[in-house]
Design a protein around this ligand. Structure first.
Ligand SMILES: C[S@@+](CC[C@H](N)C(=O)[O-])C[C@H]1O[C@@H](n2cnc3c(N)ncnc32)[C@H](O)[C@@H]1O
Length: 461
């Protein structure tokens, strides 16, 4: 961990109580909106979807900053205040429907700079949440998050319930190691900022030009995942980007041992990623909720970008691009569902029958579809006579599929494994209606290159 600290930027003071603050940019705004939208859904799902929801939730922002940005002549709240707003709003809406339910919510915000934590406390009061500080439900701590982690985990464990950690440092930190410790709690998840450009490409370039790339990769334990970087100059930009994406996911999958890992790209320019938000979790429900959120903020063209960057966000350079977005969501949704159908055909080809839950969990890391997409596509396959949905021993034709439902190949029709005939088989009329209904609800995210190359055999780098 000591080595990682060399690359963190904590020595610079960026926020103070008397008005020093950063200017907000488009990426950070989208990152904040995504975080806020996910957390509101998260708390509503945890507490609202069953008779008696969870009793405690704990939210941690390990690199919290000062809680406020300048946005032109206006101000923009930072991640810790947005976390509070989202969770309190989500809980309020559940409480209105279920006044008998209780939820104990606690927040912990950590930053290495005292100026930042002082500024954040001030901003929390300004935002109207002073009571959270006074009651101890919100704690703001000054210190290195790495050093605080052990105490923090004991506290979260003692509280019980579900926890969410947001890890958003400037530059490098031992995020894989910290995430592993966090996920070992069980009902916890991590959304982290993997600084692909500043944290990886820049230091790698620096070391490569000085002939010390191998030592650098070894020192951080990246040698297994980023070994190809020694030859990086020989690769095209897109191939570099695809490998970086794949390596990042492999790094977290192997080092942090989540059950599910997924990325969302923030583009620096049309061909390179600035940073990835990476979601690590152990629960399929967390994956489902996060997918809906990520599709909501995705504005990359699925057909081109998905195999390289996954889903992601790029800033809108001009009005024309903005207008293009009007149909990007529809095109993306259709392309994603067609790929999902191919995937399910392949998957079901090797199975007789299995529960919907197992089907979803067994394939969800191989493409970006949401749970709602699964239901829509399976329903379509039932209509086409390829699959059957069995509930309480009866065959159903429904787009509302439950975890326990059995999905099996139709006895009347055998699935044929032909990857490129999916779109031909779906009648044009039905395809259109599927797409428009699917585009109404928001959808989800991506996977490692290894599995993408199976899904996208036609995709050549
Ligand atoms: C990118 S800013 C956080 C911004 C915040 N997440 C937001 O979106 O509003 C990163 C923060 O991490 C803090 N930091 C850097 N290294 C740290 C460490 N080892 N432990 C805790 N905080 C650290 C910095 O002082 C800085 O305030």
């Amino acid at each position: 961990m000591v080595e990682w600290k060399k690359y963190s930027h904590k020595s610079e003071v960026k926020w103070t109580v008397d008005g020093l603050m950063l200017d907000i940019d488009h990426h950070t705004k989208t990152k904040h909106l995504l975080l806020e939208s996910y957390l509101q859904d998260w708390v509503e799902t945890l507490t609202g979807n069953c008779k008696i929801g969870t009793g405690q939730v704990t939210l941690v922002d390990g690199f919290c900053g000062g809680g406020i940005y300048r946005d032109g002549d206006d101000y923009w709240e930072g991640s810790p205040i947005r976390m509070i707003r989202a969770v309190e709003a989500g809980w309020r809406s559940v409480k209105e429907r279920k006044p008998y339910q209780d939820l104990n919510i606690a927040y912990l915000f950590v930053d290495a700079q005292r100026e930042h934590t002082e500024c954040l406390k001030y901003q929390i009061r300004e935002a109207g949440y002073g009571e959270l500080l006074d009651s101890g439900r919100c704690r703001v701590v000054t210190g290195d998050f790495e050093d605080q982690l052990e105490d923090c985990l004991s506290w979260v464990k003692q509280r019980g319930g579900h926890s969410f950690f947001f890890l958003d440092p400037f530059g490098l930190a031992d995020l894989p190691g910290m995430s592993r410790a966090i996920l070992s709690l069980g009902r916890s998840e991590v959304l982290l900022n993997h600084m692909q450009h500043d944290g990886f490409m820049r230091p790698m370039g620096w070391h490569r030009s000085r002939g010390s790339i191998e030592t650098f990769l070894e020192k951080y334990g990246f040698a297994n995942h980023y070994d190809w970087c020694k030859e990086i100059d020989k690769l095209s930009t897109l191939k570099q980007q695809a490998l970086l994406h794949d390596s990042a996911l492999r790094l977290y999958r192997e080092c942090s041992a989540p059950r599910f890992a997924w990325t969302f790209a923030f583009m620096r320019n049309p061909n390179t990623v600035y940073y990835y938000l990476i979601h690590l979790s152990n629960k399929p429900t967390a994956v489902s909720v996060m997918r809906r959120t990520l599709w909501k903020y995705n504005n990359l063209d699925y057909q081109f970008h998905y195999g390289i960057f996954g889903l992601g966000y790029r800033t809108l350079d001009d009005l024309n691009q903005n207008l293009q977005l009007l149909d990007i969501h529809q095109r993306n949704s259709q392309a994603c569902q067609e790929k999902l159908r191919e995937q399910l055909e392949r998957f079901m080809f090797a199975q007789k029958a299995l529960q919907f839950r197992k089907l979803f969990e067994g394939t969800v890391e191989q493409h970006p579809a949401t749970r709602e997409d699964y239901m829509g596509v399976i329903h379509q396959m039932v209509l086409d006579g390829d699959l059957e949905i069995i509930r309480e021993e009866r065959s159903r034709c429904t787009s509302r599929i439950f975890n326990k439902d059995i999905i099996r190949k139709s006895e009347a029709k055998q699935l044929v494994l032909l990857s490129d005939r999916t779109s031909e088989r779906i009648p044009r009329k039905r395809r259109a209606s599927r797409t428009s209904s699917a585009s109404k609800h928001v959808t989800a995210l991506e996977t490692s290159l290894t599995s993408q190359s199976l899904l996208f055999p036609e995709f050549e780098l």
